[in-house]
Design a protein around this ligand. Sequence first.
Ligand code: GUN
Ligand code: FE
Length: 441
Amino acid sequence: MSSVLIRDAVIVTMNGEGEIVRGDVYIEGNRISAIGPGLRQEADQVIEAVGKVLLPGFVQTHIHLCQTLFRGRADDLELIDWLRERIWPLEAAHSEGSVYISALLGIGELIRGGTTTILDMETVHHTDSAFRAIEASGIRAIAGKVMMDHGSEVPLALQEKTEDSLRESVRLLEKWHGAAEGRIQYAFCPRFVVSCTEELLVGVRDLSEKYGVLVHTHASENREEIAIVEAERGHRNVVYLDRIGLAGPNLVLAHSIWLDDEEKRIIRERGVKVTHCPASNLKLASGVAEVPALLEAGIPVGLGADGAPCNNNLNMFQEMRLAAFVQKVKHGPTVMNARSVLRMATMGGAEVLGMQGEIGSVEVGKLADLQLLDLEEFHAFPSYDADWYSRIVYAAQAGDVDTVLVDGRVVMEGKNVLTIDKKRTLEEADRELRELLARIG
Ligand code: GUN
Ligand code: FE
């Protein structure tokens, strides 16, 4: 079993006690086996971390890797136009090669900025390519193909028959769930109620129970979306999802901005999880989620960048900053302090994925998904008597992440992602995008 010793770091553990300690972390195989000052174990790899800050890798609970290639191609639109005019036609033109490189580009950015786990919604086709990129890159991911069997405005290439959508999802699940020694998992991803028949959603409910996996969907992001759902199904999103038996502990909702009291109650009582995407919500002018109230009610809330075309970065430092600032302007400066925001970016995300026993904090026995920040920078000083939460959430930047480990493996060192050939990925991204746009004509 290989071992890694990280020496002399300031360790922001994010454990239940909120401990911050100076010392070493010893990793055997893919798990943390010791934390403390002056650990003397021999190790296959020693990382000197004097002056660096060690914290859990970020957990982003809503990402679309398949959209990274569309960064900058759908700016300044509202959700439904953004989807119909740009995103769906672009996704419809994807090929195996373009999905692969889109995923690799996104993962490169994610690892570069300290993200070690994602919940990822892919497109309708070529999802094996995304899983191959996830497998090769070393990131931890729960991912699934998007499911869409309803809606006349969906491009033909994205329209699926209900049974084909379910069958392809199960094929992918059986192939990829538990792959890469458990680093990869599958989630059913019906896109949103607007693009799914009830038959599909009920099928997803039964299959997710059968296989014990997550269901990830968008819900109550945009008022036009809610109006469509109410007109077609006679209920608001969460009430409808509850009526058909989908609202439960395996359900992860992206956005959940426009919830009424009944929907909030259902989310709380059924153990549904929520992902907050502040940058996406601001750029698409979707609204501001009531995150303090959700947290107050004990609902697990994670953070996510969403896709590159509605953000336009996959940068958890920006999400943390915005998550704090959008609430302060509404509710006053004392809400969403730095520690609570960092918790949402780490343990909160782990709870959303049901992985709070495995990831989200630096603790003995947990998987070694870690990041080291180098804060020896003008923008992050002074360091004297530092409030570490403040320094990380309000001052640090994605470019400060120096080293990243996932599953005990060093995937970035000295700010270089070791698992992805950057030059080749950037070149291939341009080539694949040129070819994809040519397919649209
Ligand atoms: N709702 C349905 N599809 C999408 C998507 O791809 N991104 C976002 N932000 N919302 C959606
Ligand atoms: Fe999304």
